[in-house]
Design a protein around this ligand. Structure first.
Ligand SMILES: [Zn+2]
Length: 418
């Protein structure tokens, strides 16, 4: 692996800092220097000089909530979306693996260098099941894709969110929930995901305003995860579930589509982070069955996100199924979140949420996960990310345009739901 030098580049450091006309040096997998160009020592002989003058260098994107099996190559829904989801039960573990591999390569090409993968399809919990642990290990062994933090199976009550089409470990009562957490850790999970309420995609069979896990069950899950140094996150839609999860010691709230201002205040008071997956609630408020669409539209998710930002809650960028990191960032900006906060939500703040102290920022000693952009993302996210020139993951150039007239393009076809 060659040493790299980015010279006369503008550095967005992922922590809110901006250094214009800088030199960034990479040695192996790590960033070794970030200095004003005028003060920088000359690169060592053999260093690969990157043509980056006047361009923008930022940390690789971190997707805090991803489902690699439910994105671009997702199965076309047959009939209503519940039927479409149920059809996935008939896909083989091999099909899931290939889909995850293709989506991982696609996300890397968009500039995503780390994803927190919160669960994939599959009904069986047997040894033949494909899980995010497998795609994580395959990528670590050289398959193209972002680094994966894997939750392994989602943990839900019997018949809870994610069942029957997703890879769910059903567990009831504190003792069984504790065992379910232990099973995921035994199976190689980096983090734990539990379901606190119903969701949207199987409505009205399950409802986002109906709570699932109890305080005692969530306390058992959080305690066991923390005992083994794993962060734990929860899918929680209702206000009561958000507050229950915070009281139970859960580290992060996903969604909170139906939360109130009190729920958001509880996040701030509890030191809990928030991954709103804003695009999902926005699109579902337009495309879900009328009763569910109204529930979402009336809930004021946009206002909750703005309140969370105002209160200093760490707000992370996570796509959930279907969407891209760029789309989620654009939605947050449209909602009124400052673009600097949004970019931190996909870099420095995202690293904190995911428990990573080695990435999300450009500083000496950090992993060289870097994006080179032709324009300033603060002045236009889409223009900047469509002008992505290079993706470096752990010091290795994995995606690069060949010349200035050939910007990288998203490979994905237009989404019929957007
Ligand atoms: Zn999800």
């Amino acid at each position: 692996m060659a040493n790299l030098a980015f010279e006369h580049v503008n550095v967005i450091d992922g922590r809110g800092g901006l250094l214009r006309d800088a030199t960034v040096l990479v040695d192996g997998t790590l960033i070794t220097a970030v200095e004003p160009a005028a003060e920088a020592r000359p690169p060592e002989p053999g260093t690969q000089l990157i043509n980056s003058a006047g361009m923008w260098l930022m940390p690789g994107l971190i997707n805090c909530h991803d489902h690699l099996c439910n994105k671009w190559l997702r199965t076309t829904p047959a009939g209503d979306y519940t039927t479409g989801r149920l059809n996935r039960l008939h896909q083989s573990p091999g099909a899931h693996a290939l889909e995850a591999a293709a989506n991982a390569a696609w996300e890397l090409r968009q500039g995503v260098t780390t994803v927190r993968e919160l669960g994939g399809p599959g009904i069986s919990a047997g040894p033949e099941l494909f899980t995010n642990v497998h795609i994580r290990d395959a990528i670590a062994a050289g398959l193209p894709g972002p680094r994966v933090l894997a939750s392994r199976l989602m943990i839900a009550m019997t018949g809870g969110h994610g069942t029957p089409w997703y890879g769910v470990r059903e567990a009831d009562g504190p003792e069984e929930v504790r065992k379910a957490v232990r099973e995921q850790i035994k199976g190689g999970a980096d983090c734990i995901k539990v379901m606190s309420t119903g969701g949207l995609a199987n409505y009205p069979h399950e409802r986002p305003d109906v709570d699932e896990y109890t305080l005692e069950e969530l306390e058992a899950a959080a305690g066991e995860a923390h005992r083994f140094d794993r962060l734990i996150t929860t899918h929680a839609m209702s206000d009561s579930a958000v507050r229950c999860a915070i009281n139970a010691g859960i580290d992060n709230i996903e969604h909170a589509f139906l939360a109130t201002s009190e729920g958001v205040s509880a996040m701030a008071d509890g030191g809990v982070s928030f991954v709103p997956t804003a695009r999902v609630s926005l699109v579902m408020a337009r495309h879900a069955p009328p009763e569910l669409a109204k529930l979402l539209a009336d809930a004021g998710h946009r206002d909750r996100i703005l309140e969370a930002v105002d209160l200093g809650v760490p707000v992370g960028v996570g796509t959930d199924s279907r969407f891209t990191v760029l789309e989620e960032m654009e939605t947050l900006v449209e909602y009124g979140v400052p673009v600097q906060t949004v970019l931190r939500g996909a870099t420095g703040t995202a690293a904190t949420i995911c428990g990573l102290d080695d990435s999300g920022v450009i500083a000496a000693g950090k992993r060289a996960d870097l994006l080179l952009l032709r324009s300033n993302p603060f002045e236009g996210l889409r223009t900047a990310f469509e002008g992505l020139d290079m993706v470096v993951k752990a010091g290795e150039i994995l995606v690069a345009s060949d010349h200035a007239d050939a910007p990288l393009r998203p490979l994905r076809p237009p989404d019929p739901l957007v």
